[in-house]
Each structure stands twice: as structure tokens, then as C-alpha cells.
Design a protein around this ligand. Structure first.
Ligand SMILES: Cc1cc2nc3c(=O)[nH]c(=O)nc-3n(C[C@H](O)[C@H](O)[C@H](O)COP(=O)(O)O)c2cc1C
Length: 354
């Protein structure tokens, strides 16, 4: 055993997430790839995920998959979670991942304000921010709750092991959580509890649509893709209210999205966002952010920090994003100490697909 593989060993042991057995504590984070023409995942998509599953990833989270409402997104090569050809495409994906002893969660996505106004449909947002978007009515809220529930039912039929609800990065559910984009004065806006009400209803609707034992992961973040300094919670107390509502509604795990996993979430404590999520709710937490981006990481104090925080109970699982684009076998190679075969992440990896 090399020093790196010894250090990594707590991450390489089998575990469970809300009752689902996983071969390791490594998760593949959701990454939009836009390789599903007409919203239908192809055999190449299935092979792409299988390759990560057979190389040590315990849980794959799919790229964001649009729920079946026209407001959810406009890009035609982003996959859908709808009955028919897309469902059959996903069935192939889950079959391939399971054949490699992997587990896979479907990330359900509504892009909110990021939808471009094609097909004459304006972006749906909590309160018409930014200008030119459609402020959702109470009827719209019901329409989307039904769309999330439908998508979750499709995910069950397609063989997924879990569902991840995307409530991060400035997309629709996060736009409800964030006061800057949620200016509603009804029960869906104002206090932290009210801002969490719609995301919590989505969790409840999904919970009611899927088998009791199937985990729901909720992904959240402070930062927005277009505003890295933005925050949904100014204090742990505020975060406790937001996450408490999601937990109460039936979330089984929280995926705390950060750009760098070691960054403290609030002043006065080194605890990261996943650490706070776990501490405040008692739910299992997934951390993410700049893990393993360069080969040096594996010989650096950062790896030690990651493992120490896992040992300390700050989080249960560790998600990898960009490094897996160019290194489908990152976990297996790192575990074997075969660092020479690992490539550093570079931006152009985002144009590759294998
Ligand atoms: C090309 C690309 C696409 C992404 N798409 C999604 C997405 O669909 N859903 C999501 O929640 N996060 C998405 N993310 C964020 C990643 O899941 C992850 O949180 C981020 O890359 C940080 O992890 P890393 O430093 O290990 O890459 C995306 C990131 C990249 C680079």
C-alpha cells in the first residue's frame, strides 16, 4: 500500500446511504453534458456512466435532468425525465450502472431564470426577478409540483436507486431559497421558513411519488453560478431553518455544494457547508468542491484534511466532479497509487466525452 492509498482507505470502504449499499464513499457529482439529442440519453450516455461505476464510484448522480414541463429548460440536448424514449434511455443507463455494481441517482432539474425565452415561453421564477421573467402563480406552483412528482415516478420506473433534487446554484428551487430572487409576499416568500416552503413541497411531492425506501438527496449551495458571493443563509441559525424544512419534508441526505470543500461556511468555525448541514439536521451529508483536481492533491495536506473531516463526522460521502471528466478511473488509480496515470483536470476536458 502506498501512503496515498492508506490515507484514502476510509473513503474506499463500502457504506450505505439511507439504506442503499454503496461500494465506496465516492460520488460522481452531477455534470451537464448535453449529449442527449431530443432529451433522450443514448447508449453512449449509458457507457459514460458505466465507466465511472466500474472504476470505484459508489454513487453516480446524473447530470441535471429536466422535469417534464416546458418551463424547465430549453436546451434540446439536455436529457429529460419523461415517459417514452427518455425513460427507455434511462433504463439502459441504470442497467449498465447496476451491471457494474454501481448505484445511480437521477438529478431532477428546473433551470428557473436560466431558461432562454425560446418557443415563446418566458422563464419561470419566484417573483419575476430578473425582469422579463414570469412570476409564478399559485397555480403554476401546483403544476410544477405535479411535474416533479411525475419525473420522480419515471425515475423509479427507469430503475434509479435514488433521486437528487437540484436546489442549488441559482436555478429555480434555489431562487426560492435566496431572498434576492424571492420577493414574494405570500406564504412562499419572506422569512427563511417561507422561502423554503416551495422546495420543501417539491421534496414532499417527490416523497409521495416514490417508494418509501428510496432516498431523496437535496443539493443546495450558498453560491450561484452567476454570483459566487451570494448566500441563502447568513448564519447557521438561518441555514437550520431552510434545511430543517427540507428534512421535515422527507429529504434523506443533503449534498452541500461548495467550490472548495475546505472553505468554512460561516465565520468563527472551520466547518464546511456539508459539516453544518449534517450538524444542523443529523442527515447524512455529501461534500464536494475541488477534490483531486490535480494529481498533487493526492500527496498534499488537503487529502489529509478531507479524510480527517470525514473521520470527524462532518460528512459521509465525497463527490468528485471535473476530475472525472478526463479520468473515468480516478478512484481506482488513486486507490492503487498509480498516480502517474492520472491526468490533471483542464478546462478542455469539458469538451470530451468518454
Ligand atoms: C461541466 C459542468 C457541468 C455541471 N453541471 C451540473 C449540474 O447539472 N448539476 C449540478 O448540480 N451541478 C453541476 N455542476 C457542478 C458540479 O456538480 C460540481 O459541484 C462542481 O464541478 C465542483 O466540483 P469539482 O470541483 O469536483 O469539479 C457542473 C459542473 C461542471 C464542471
Amino acid at each position: 500500500m502506498t501512503e496515498t492509498s492508506t490515507l484514502l482507505s476510509p473513503l474506499l470502504r463500502p457504506t450505505t446511504l439511507a439504506g442503499v449499499p454503496l461500494t465506496s464513499r465516492f460520488v460522481m457529482a452531477a455534470m451537464t453534458r448535453s449529449r442527449s439529442p431530443g432529451g433522450v440519453p443514448t447508449p453512449e450516455v449509458a457507457a459514460y456512466y458505466r465507466r465511472r461505476a466500474e472504476n470505484g464510484i459508489g454513487l453516480i448522480v446524473t447530470e441535471g435532468v429536466l422535469v417534464g414541463h416546458p418551463s424547465a429548460g430549453h436546451e434540446t440536448a439536455v436529457p429529460r425525465m419523461t415517459a417514452g424514449p427518455a425513460e427507455r434511455g434511462w433504463r439502459r443507463v441504470t442497467g449498465e450502472v447496476h451491471a457494474a455494481d454501481g448505484r445511480i441517482a437521477a438529478q431532477l432539474w428546473h433551470v428557473g431564470s436560466a431558461r432562454e425565452a425560446v418557443d415563446g415561453i418566458a422563464a419561470w421564477t419566484p417573483s419575476g426577478v430578473p425582469r422579463g421573467t414570469h412570476a409564478m402563480t399559485l397555480a403554476d406552483i401546483d403544476v410544477l409540483l405535479a411535474a416533479y412528482a411525475d419525473a420522480a415516478r419515471v425515475a423509479v420506473r427507469a430503475g434509479f436507486d435514488a433521486v437528487e433534487i437540484h436546489a442549488a446554484h441559482g436555478y429555480l428551487l434555489d431562487e426560492f431559497l435566496w431572498p434576492h430572487t424571492n420577493r414574494r409576499t405570500d406564504r412562499y416568500g419572506g422569512s427563511p421558513a417561507a422561502r423554503a416552503a416551495f422546495p420543501a413541497e417539491v421534496v414532499r411531492a417527490v416523497r409521495a411519488a416514490i417508494p418509501a425506501g428510496m432516498p431523496i438527496i437535496v443539493r443546495f449551495s450558498q453560491f450561484k453560478e452567476r454570483d459566487y458571493a451570494a448566500r441563502i443563509a447568513e448564519s447557521p441559525a438561518e441555514l437550520a431553518v431552510l434545511l430543517g424544512a427540507l428534512a421535515e419534508a422527507g429529504a434523506d441526505a443533503l449534498h452541500a455544494s461548495q467550490r472548495h470543500f475546505a472553505d468554512p461556511a460561516f465565520p468563527g468555525s472551520p466547518r464546511n457547508l456539508a459539516g453544518w448541514a449534517r450538524h444542523l439536521t443529523g442527515l447524512p451529508a455529501i461534500t464536494v468542491g475541488s477534490v483531486g483536481l490535480t494529481r498533487d492533491f493526492l500527496g498534499s495536506p488537503m487529502l489529509r484534511t478531507l479524510v480527517e473531516r470525514l473521520d470527524a463526522g462532518d460528512f459521509d460521502l465525497v463527490a468528485l466532479g471535473r476530475v472525472l471528466l478526463g479520468n473515468p478511473a480516478w478512484v481506482r488509480l488513486a486507490a492503487a497509487g498509480r498516480l502517474d496515470e492520472i491526468r490533471d483536470y483542464r478546462k478542455s476536458d469539458e469538451d470530451t466525452y468518454f
